[in-house]
Ligand binder design. Structure first.
Ligand code: NAD
Length: 296
């Protein structure tokens, strides 16, 4: 069993850290929020008093932070890299821009450390149940070291390629999910306005070429799929503001790679509008409100 420093104990990180304790690891944890720290300390973790404290005297450092600037700061600004013992392996599971992931891995390497970017899909439900999917970027030998730790928090653990390619894979997936949320909304509203009932639209399209995981399981038309957030007042699920964050990351990555993403751009604009209308904390399926503001 390993000694793990865990930094960033929010909606995702708190549950992930708790599962590592359940898996038998010993955890030293740090978050800027005392409340977030208490949640994990009550489950058996030791409270660290700083990033550097969490990163020293451990075999692995796992981070789960909001954005790339946080990851750069925590690792590079007199933080994890300065404090870790030789041989410590770094795992960053935050969803961040590819450039920040590569820059942090490169700074770690220059200081003699190994690092993987390992963003997740599965949301808080997957974080709680330890069924997350991890998309990992880094050396194959580093991935092999990180995998047993990731298995304490997830089920599907995939090596996607070199440093930054875990983030690249995550961004492509979430861009497609955002596009599918918008595309499904358009089809459901159009069909209804043409006089077809939402139930018939669902039954036909979910077994036809227009189907997608989004259409089938998270359909944005309320009442069609009882377990979809749309049928539960758009309670998340995956918040619209997080979807916009990931769509923006996809657009920055597309620009840097010179890759054309007209549908990704359209989805980004639609989610921006949704959030300007005050719906950022609703589930992403609420993007249907941009197509038909009367949907409740
Ligand atoms: P969150 O805002 O709930 O948690 C982030 C935590 O990081 C907070 O508790 C905050 O206090 C802490 N933090 C920020 N800066 C810090 C610092 N310098 N030192 C120590 N702690 C610091 O966010 P979340 O929902 O847990 O998401 C974390 C990451 O996972 C994000 O990148 C997000 O995009 C990604 N993600 C979230 C979900 C989801 O459903 N919530 C799903 C997949 C991926």
């Amino acid at each position: 069993m390993a000694r793990i420093g865990f930094i960033g104990l929010g909606n995702m990180g708190g549950l992930m850290a708790r599962n590592l304790i359940t898996a038998g690891h010993s955890l030293k944890v740090f978050d800027l929020s005392e409340e977030a720290m208490n949640f994990v300390v009550q489950s058996g973790a030791t409270a660290a008093d700083s990033v550097k404290d969490a990163a020293s005297g451990v075999d692995f450092v796992v981070s789960m932070l909001p954005v790339g600037a946080n990851v750069r700061e925590v690792f590079m600004n007199d933080g994890v890299i300065a404090a870790a013992d030789p041989g410590t392996v770094f795992i960053d599971s935050s969803t961040i821009d590819v450039d920040s992931a590569k820059a942090t891995a490169s700074a770690a390497k220059d200081a003699g450390f190994e690092m993987v970017d390992a963003p997740v899909s599965g949301g808080t439900v997957g974080a709680d149940a330890a069924t997350l999917t991890f998309m990992c970027g880094g050396e194959a030998s580093t991935f092999a070291k990180a995998k047993p730790i990731l298995q304490g928090m997830g089920k599907n653990i995939v090596h996607c390629g070199a440093a930054g390619q875990g983030q690249a894979t995550k961004i492509c997936n979430n861009m497609l999910a955002g596009i599918n949320a918008l595309a499904t909304s358009e089809a459901m509203v159009l069909g209804q306005r043409l006089g077809v009932s939402p139930e018939i639209l669902y039954n036909v399209i979910s077994t036809s070429s227009g189907n997608s995981t989004y259409f089938e399981h998270s359909n944005p038309m309320p009442g069609v799929v009882p377990t979809s957030p749309s049928s539960n007042n758009f309670k998340p699920g995956f918040m619209a503001k997080l979807m916009l964050k990931d769509l923006r990351l996809s657009q920055a990555a597309a620009q840097a790679a010179g890759s054309s993403t007209p549908l990704g751009a359209a989805a980004t604009a639609a989610f921006q509008m949704l959030i300007e209308n005050g719906h950022g904390d609703l589930d992403s399926s609420s993007v249907i409100k941009v197509i038909d503001p009367k949907v409740k």
